[in-house]
Write a protein that binds this ligand. Structure first.
Ligand code: SNW
Length: 251
């Protein structure tokens, strides 16, 4: 059979397959992005992405999530494997050299989680083994500022937290809400250090130059902020965490 050529007007957002949005994400960054027991993706970033995509005309089953190691997400978008990556991915000038970012939708802290009460700051980390996820802002921050610590690099949070629970590392450095979630699951683990990361707000990652998709996602994102959807999702997934005014409805 003949296949009709895909015209630009049939693919206004420059998608890999114009009938779906393919999204790279993570399976173990709860409550931002994670897999449930039945294998479905859930979390703040997931539901925000679904809501924004719906405003672009894509139903839930037309947003296809795929879990990847964190360090593979940005390269996968750059290489045309995904249309978008969404997983609390902080916006930085360095990352913007290889991909574009939508507008920020989340800002918070980078947190050191540990069962060791002596770990309260950089000094307390001296001589300690500190886990970081490869390619994360935590890895960059720790290399620069926690110079006395022994950095141990992991592909994902679950392997780092296993190492923490069996004593192979003394602490793990991850996003605040994920640390809070692990601390709830493992009561001996506490958050010892919080580093503000408000200058690197999380945004949707898109292929460099795909301006049509970036502009459409931004418009839909602002609608979700303005109509209270963003606030509702924040309250659902991050209960008790103060909300930065930038993302709340403007009256
Ligand atoms: O920079 C923060 C942002 O302020 C917010 O708290 C959400 O997380 C961040 O985007 C940092 N996230 C890490 C990063 O971008 C790790 C992401 C992950 O583990 N999924 O490298």
């Amino acid at each position: 059979a003949l296949t009709a050529p895909v015209l630009a007007q049939d693919n206004p957002y420059g998608l890999i397959d114009p009938t779906v949005i393919s999204v790279g994400t993570m399976g173990d960054a709860k409550p931002y992005a994670f897999t449930t027991a039945d294998g479905a993706f859930s979390g703040f970033d997931i539901e925000l992405m679904q809501n924004v995509a719906e405003r672009l005309g894509f139903k839930k089953d037309q947003v296809i999530f795929t879990g990847q190691e964190f360090s593979a997400l940005i390269p996968s978008v750059a290489n045309g494997r995904f249309d978008v990556a969404a997983a609390a991915i902080g916006t930085t000038e360095k990352r913007k050299q290889t991909v574009d970012f939508g507008d920020g939708y989340l800002a918070g802290f980078l947190s050191v989680m540990t069962a060791d009460p002596s770990i309260k700051d950089a000094v307390g980390l001296k001589g300690k083994r500190l886990g970081v996820v490869q390619g994360s802002l935590q890895e960059i921050y720790a290399e620069k500022n926690f110079t006395g610590a022994d950095l141990v690099k992991f592909p994902d949070n679950n392997s780092a937290v296993s190492a923490l629970n069996n004593g192979t590392v003394d602490a793990h450095f991850l996003d605040y809400e994920a640390a809070k979630d692990y601390a709830n699951r493992y009561p001996e683990l506490k958050i010892g250090v919080n580093i503000p990361s408000f200058d690197a707000p999380a945004g949707f990652v898109i292929r460099k130059g795909n301006d049509a998709l970036r502009v459409a996602l931004n418009k839909a994102l602002h609608e979700a902020m303005q109509d209270g959807t963003w606030k509702k999702l924040h309250e659902k997934w991050f209960p008790g965490t103060p909300m930065p005014a930038d993302y709340l409805p403007k009256t």
